[in-house]
Design a protein around this ligand. Structure first.
Ligand code: IPE
Ligand code: MG
Length: 235
């Protein structure tokens, strides 16, 4: 078994899953979001310490207004007061990665409250990527770094990659080992570009609402058979 600290998942295929059964796209999102908790539990059982789920991208604002509105309600449903205890009882710490000043205020408060209520949990970190995009994250990081340089009058030549990396939303978390994308597309869609520098990619045609522990297990099995060399000649 290889070390597997951080798994990231692009949850894709909710809309097509619903349309295939003549249901609305929002029904697909509803069923898809129900999968989150069990997926995190399965990750925990497999000793994974960080799991990042891509729930809303900085590009998803360009979807029809009604769909965006529905997706903005997802945190209220999943991170409700009713669900808090099951997250706490299972040692799950929520961490929001993404831009915080564009989502509706009630939505922001709900996620931040849940983050606060789970901040002492330590079995697994659930990063919820919500209004997340790597380009926005990078610009945000560079702004922080520049600000630090100006305030502390640092010389530009002292800049190191870690300064930028440690100002990403995933600061203090390990890089992604395994990236899973459901729904059949084979692309990264502006997700964790720097964190995935040496990630193993696993693509499955399974639509997200159908993704279960058996699928997750297959991804982990394949990961364990990969040869990770990190630019060297043997593992
Ligand atoms: C993924 O499913 C859900 C989100 C990240 C918003 P999609 O909504 O992209 O579903 P398809 O790809 O259209 O089937
Ligand atoms: Mg999609």
């Amino acid at each position: 078994m290889k070390p597997l600290n951080h798994v990231a998942i692009i949850l894709d295929g909710n809309g097509r899953w619903a349309q295939a059964q003549n249901k609305s796209r929002t029904y697909g999102h509803k069923e898809g979001m129900k999968k989150i908790f069990d997926t995190v539990l399965y990750a925990k059982q497999n000793n994974i310490k960080h799991i990042t789920l891509f729930c809303f991208s900085t590009e998803n604002w360009n979807r029809p207004e009604q769909e965006v509105k529905y997706l903005m309600n997802f945190p209220k449903n999943e991170f409700s007061k009713k669900n808090l205890k099951k997250y706490q009882d299972n040692g799950i710490k929520l961490c929001w990665i993404g831009r915080r000043n564009k989502v509706p205020i009630e939505c922001k408060q709900v996620i931040e409250n849940f983050e606060n209520e789970t901040k002492n949990q330590s079995d697994i970190i659930l990063n919820i990527a919500f209004d997340y995009g790597s380009s926005e994250e990078l610009v945000n990081s560079v702004k922080n770094v520049l600000n630090d340089y100006v305030v502390n009058k640092k010389v530009i030549n002292s800049l190191e990659f870690k300064d930028i990396y440690n100002n990403l939303y995933t600061a203090n978390q390990p890089p992604v080992d395994l990236l899973i994308r459901t729904g059949g597309e084979q692309r990264i869609s502006n997700f964790l570009l720097l964190q995935c520098a040496y990630a193993e990619f696993y693509f499955t045609k399974t639509f997200w609402p159908d993704f279960n522990n058996n699928h997750f297990e297959s991804a982990i099995k394949e990961y364990n058979n990969r040869n990770r060399r990190f630019g060297q000649i043997k593992e």
